[in-house]
Structure formats: C-alpha cells, structure tokens
Write a protein that binds this ligand. Structure first.
Ligand SMILES: Cc1ncc(COP(=O)(O)O)c(C=O)c1O
Length: 441
C-alpha cells in the first residue's frame, strides 16, 4: 500500500532527545564508553512517601474524570497558588499524562499562529507541525544569552497576518538554562495585552531554580490570558510517572479552554493512570518532607550544573549562564576554522565529532532551532555520575551528611570530571590545529 502515511510525517522524526538517548543507551549496552550529556532526566530516587502512596493506590483501577482526580486538582491549585503567589481554583486545573501531552492539547485547542522564541524545546514545533499549525519563529542570539528580545517579538508580531496569536515561553529554559525576571514579564505582559496574545507558559523547571533568581510566572502579570504548565517530572524525578498539569486563566477564555482540553483528554487519553493520580496528591500536599526533598534535589542539580558550566567556561567554551534546570548551550564558534579543517561544518557534525572522537554525547543546537552554522550544542548535567539509582541515592546521602559542594563535586563526580577533561583535550586539539596552520604559513 502506498501513500498511506500522512505527508506531515515525511519531514518529522522521533523527538531528538529521546532518539539520541536510545542511541546512547545502545552504545553503552554494547560496552562502549559514553559520557551522556545529551538527555535531561532528573535521576534522584522516588521519595519514600510517594513510593508508599503509589503502593497504597495500586488497587485503583477505575477510570478517573478527564479533567483529573478532584483531590489532585485541589492539591495542585493550592500548591501553585502558594508557590507562584496566585489565586488558583481547582476548576482552573487539568492533569494529563505529562505536560507534553497538555502542550499538544493546547496547541490543538487554540487557533491561530504559534510565535515560538528560538532556541526552544524540541517538541513544540513538531507538535505544531503535526497539527498543521502555522509557526513564526522569534530568533535570539548567543550574545543575548539566547533570551527572548521583546523588540524582536514586537517586530515578529507586526509581520504576522493572523488575528489570533499564541506565544510559547519557557522559563527556566530548556536548552539555555535562562530565567526571566519580573521586569521582563512586566514588559512582555504589556506587549501581549496590546496585541491580545495568548501565552502558553511552560514552567516545568520552575521548582529547579538555582537560587540567583526566584522563579516567576507570566501569570502574575498577565493572568487573563496565560496558561501555566507544570508537573512532577523534573523537581521530583518522576518523568516516567507521566503526570503533568495545566492551569488555565480564571476568565471566559479559561473556561472555554478547559472545555476544549477536557474534550481532547476524553477522546485521547481519558485520564492519566489512576494509581499515579492518587499518589501525586502526596507530591502536591506541601508536606515539609516533600518540600525539603524538592529543595535538596534542586540544590544538587544546581551544584552539578554550575560545576559543568564553570569548568567548560574556564576552558574558553562560550556558554549560556544557567539559572535553572539542568541545561545550557555551549558555542564552539571560536574554533570554526579548525573544525572546518576536520570536516565539521555545522552543529550536527559537531555533535557527531564529539561522540566519535571524545565519547561525549551531546545534542546539536539545531534541534532546538539554533542555526546549524552557530556550532552550538545543548549540554545536560543530569545523568553523569548518576547513571545508576545507587549512585543517585549515594549522592543524596552524602549531601545530607553535610558534605560541602566542592567535596560533593570532587568525590562524587569522576565521570563529569572525565567529560570535562575530554572537552579540555578537544580544546587542546583545536589549538594544535591553529599552531600547525600558523607554522605552515
Ligand atoms: C521544556 C520542557 N517542557 C516540557 C517537558 C515535558 O515534560 P513532561 O511531559 O514529562 O511533563 C520537558 C521534558 O523534557 C521539557 O524539557
């Protein structure tokens, strides 16, 4: 049978992050040494209270309402009201199998053009493509730390022919690690209000802020048309539990949106797994144990991400400054000529080159919408030295024993340090090429 698959899929592939992770896993399983900086998965253990809650609810076999378990929605509304200093009611909350599905559902429910700041997370644009939704990119540059520039946004809005526009923002950001501050959101809210833009605010890393800036939601400045996305995948290391949530505005738009989202949920996934929803009530119960666990894991992500960032910056690799999450973008533009002499002409080639020659697995900046010519990579700190559950548990115990950050880095991060040494060797190799070229001249 020919032409049975929709033409949309001729240009779409499986998500680059998941595909690369599977490739790296296969390499490792075949005994190859690989330093995995390509995948963002928080690796800390399930908190014992959550484990207990899941065991206690394994018998929950019935389908739950498409909007989500009422007790869970109530807990989520209370949690984010306190965390974000908002007044959220449970009617504004819907839960889904990961925030990824809810972002897809939102893109499906909302008409109009998607304004997408780049770089941005790998799935936003393919989701829009699957829905035949028009996308207009708002580029940024490494010089601005790949942050959204509001003037540039206004210019892009001016070029759009569509009356309805949706802006998708993400802070803390994947891939850059940047976080936006209140002054930025004030200005952004003004622009969005003026142009009647609906904002999808992906705040999945909101509780993994490194401390320099507090996580703030655009919903504080633009409550009438901002939708917040959250979940338990990152700050509680529960990506595989597949539970995310969306908070719609407390307006007529929010009500219509909730109706549409609930319809989509009812026709596609019905509701997330019942035992997980019951257990997730504990994740959002604001108990001192869970809150302090989130804080501990965040501190460890901060120590690890900042160590990697500082070490690579010290080697002369230009990186975005991470303020939250476990990622940053590194640019290798300064070695453009030397890389070209090795046949490395874009970010995809660069990622392949580092994997083949230094066993460093990274993700090409191109999959996040950064021009391939920029020679940039996204690096994730979350996996190295936490490859096994036992290592992740040991790091947590060491932290709880009062070990200071530099001792934690020194004693528990041999593979991260080896990866840094390999970047150092790369830098030396690049300078050797320059010297050769200079000698030949
Ligand atoms: C920026 C961003 N948004 C959303 C998600 C999806 O998270 P989940 O579907 O697990 O809630 C991820 C996962 O990597 C992400 O990095």
């Amino acid at each position: 049978m020919e032409n049975t698959i929709s033409a949309k899929f001729s240009t779409l592939e499986a998500s680059a992050t998941l595909k690369t992770n599977e490739h790296v896993d296969r390499l490792m399983a075949s005994g190859q040494e690989v330093f995995h900086l390509a995948f963002g998965e928080s690796r800390f253990p399930v908190h014992p209270k959550l484990l207990e809650a899941l065991k206690d609810n394994a018998h929950q076999t019935h389908y739950l309402p498409s909007q989500g378990l009422p007790a869970l929605r109530k807990a989520i509304a209370r949690f984010y009201s306190n965390d974000l200093d908002l007044n959220i009611s449970d009617s504004q909350v819907i839960v889904g199998p990961g925030s990824k599905s809810l972002i897809f559902a939102l893109q499906m429910a909302l008409d109009g053009e998607l304004l997408l700041p780049t770089p941005s997370w790998v799935s936003y644009s393919p989701q829009a493509h699957m829905l035949a939704k028009p996308v207009r990119y708002v580029p940024s540059s490494l010089n601005d730390g790949y942050k959204l520039d509001i003037e540039r946004l206004e210019k892009t809005i001016g070029e759009s022919q569509y009356t309805t526009k949706i802006l998708l923002i993400n802070s803390p950001n994947n891939p850059s690690g940047c976080m936006y501050e209140s002054s930025f959101f004030e200005q952004l809210a003004e622009v969005c209000r003026k142009h009647k833009i609906i904002v999808i605010s992906d705040e999945i890393y909101g509780l993994v802020a490194h401390g320099e800036h507090k996580h703030i939601s655009i919903a504080n400045y633009y409550p009438e048309a901002s939708i917040i996305l959250g979940g338990i995948s990152k700050h509680l290391s529960l990506g595989g539990w597949r539970l995310g949530c969306a908070v719609v505005p407390n307006t007529a738009l929010g009500e219509q949106l909730m109706d549409a989202l609930t319809t989509i949920a009812s026709e596609i996934w019905s509701s997330p797994s019942a035992p997980i929803q019951f257990a997730a009530c504990t994740a959002y119960d604001e108990s001192p144990e869970i809150l302090s666990y989130i804080e501990e894991c965040t501190i460890l992500h901060t120590i690890r991400t900042q160590h990697l960032y500082r070490s690579l910056s010290a080697l002369g690799i230009r990186c975005t400054h991470p303020n939250g999450g476990f990622y940053f973008v590194a640019s290798f533009d300064r070695w453009r000529q030397q890389l070209a002499s090795n046949g490395v002409c874009n970010s995809d080639d660069l990622a392949d080159h580092l994997l083949e020659n230094y066993a460093l697995a990274t993700l090409s900046g191109a999959v996040f919408g950064i021009p391939g010519d920029d020679l940039s990579l996204r690096l994730a700190s979350s996996k190295l030295d936490l490859e096994t559950d036992a290592q992740a548990a040991a790091l947590l115990i060491a932290y709880r024993s009062g070990m200071n950050p530099s001792a934690l880095v020194e004693r528990y991060h041999p593979r991260m340090d080896e990866a840094i040494s390999r970047f150092s060797r790369f830098v030396q190799d690049m300078s050797a090429i320059s010297e050769l070229e200079v000698c030949e001249m």
